[in-house]
Design a protein around this ligand. Structure first.
Ligand SMILES: Cc1ncc(COP(=O)(O)O)c(C=O)c1O
Length: 383
């Protein structure tokens, strides 16, 4: 591993926080028991698991019994889409045009089961168009799925308003809050949604843990059948250490949210004033955004090329829809915003945390300027 590289890709994953590791270690290194076992080890594991459930529930303003632990955001989104629609008669599923593939793909799979899948567009700032949503909603809409904050642009979505509209048409609403959770206030009750996805590794917790929070009135079918864990909604021995780490990370994220918000916002402002000087186009800049995320393009420079060049000189950033695949297709989020494919191919995402420093941003901007000049020079030779 290159130790000199500055990590500017925190929307893809984050380092495990030391306090999280500390909380997890006893559950990894000592005999812990299976939470379904009746002996003392099993009972201790069950007790720790239920405490973690309460802690996660408190972070999002719900009751512990609403939290179903999963293997991460991907499973929770699949569970929401497939599990909720399984108990409804086939009708219309509405998703926004900027969803993560772990929402779009299960949604597309429902077309095989007679569901009509329709997309709600976004405006030029990457924010869901509520007027379009209202037009698309009807008594035939069974479920709406719309993310709370976009992983690429950071644009925060009007999910509470959408939930009101959905309710008025008798539809259920699921939100993917994976990127929002831990970065901005996320209260499921205030949002008024019926199901919500969160994930641990975006907030300094371990990879491979997440949760779907489900309103008790929602009849949801399990994806995984077996020993009946998680109230029969998600069979499989619970990842006790991972869940404890997730709860610890969530609590730490709540405690530090305000100060982190200020720190990362200052770093992003520094970054974006430098980007403006370099002639970058910053996407969704007029939208209310996550404070840590900046998505931009330098016209006529390929995002993939820039990301590779920056990696070589010590800066880890992402291009396009980075956490989904190694596809070189332009970001579907940018295309949904009406950005031209050419400009969208230039997209680079910087996502910060409070572990980043102002010095790193200064160095990053200098490196970016150098690489842009170099690549423009190569383009000129090739032309
Ligand atoms: C918005 C969004 N939803 C879902 C996921 C998937 O979460 P996980 O990596 O926990 O499966 C991601 C991951 O990048 C994401 O950004």
């Amino acid at each position: 591993m290159t130790t000199q590289t500055a990590f500017l890709d925190h929307n893809s994953t984050t380092a495990l926080k030391p306090q999280v590791l500390e909380a997890m270690l006893p559950w990894l290194t000592q005999p812990t028991g299976n939470p379904t076992s009746r002996h003392v080890f099993g009972r201790n594991a069950r007790e720790a698991l239920e405490l973690a459930r309460k802690q996660i529930a408190a972070c999002v303003g719900v009751q512990a019994s609403q939290v179903v632990f999963t293997s991460g955001g991907t499973e929770a989104n699949n569970f929401a889409i497939k599990g909720i629609t399984a108990n409804l008669s086939p009708s219309q599923l509405l998703i926004s045009g900027i969803e993560h593939p772990c929402v779009t793909r299960p949604a597309q799979s429902l077309a095989w089961h007679d569901w009509k899948v329709a997309t709600i567009g976004v405006d030029s700032q990457g924010v869901i168009d509520l007027a379009q949503a209202e037009q698309a909603l009807s008594a035939r809409t069974g479920l709406v799925s719309a993310m709370l904050a976009n992983n690429e642009t950071g644009a925060i979505q009007p999910v509470a308003e959408l939930a009101q509209l959905a309710k008025a048409h008798g539809a259920l609403l699921h939100t993917d809050a994976v990127q929002a959770f831990g970065k901005i206030d996320v209260n499921m009750s205030a949002l008024g949604v019926h199901a919500m996805t969160i994930s641990s590794h975006k907030i300094g917790g371990p990879i491979g843990v997440g949760a779907l929070i489900v309103d008790k009135r929602v009849d949801i079918a399990p994806l995984l059948h077996g020993g009946g864990q998680e109230r029969g909604l998600r069979s499989g021995t619970e990842n006790v250490a991972g869940i404890i780490g997730f709860a610890q990370a969530a609590q730490l994220a709540m405690q530090s949210m305000a100060s982190r918000h200020t720190t990362v916002k200052q770093l992003r402002d520094q970054l974006e004033s430098g980007l403006n000087r370099l002639g970058a186009v910053i996407f969704a800049q007029q939208a209310e955004r996550l404070p840590n995320t900046s998505f931009f393009a330098i016209p006529n420079i390929e995002g993939e090329t820039l990301v590779t060049a920056l990696d070589k000189v010590g800066f880890a950033v992402a291009s396009g829809s980075a956490c989904s695949s190694d596809s070189t297709e332009p970001s579907h989020v940018l295309l949904a915003m009406g950005i031209t494919p050419d400009l969208a191919r230039g997209a680079v995402r910087v996502s910060l945390s409070d572990s980043n420093t102002s010095e790193e941003i200064t160095q990053f901007l200098a490196a970016l300027q150098q690489q842009v000049q170099r690549l423009k020079g190569l383009n000129a030779v090739a032309a």
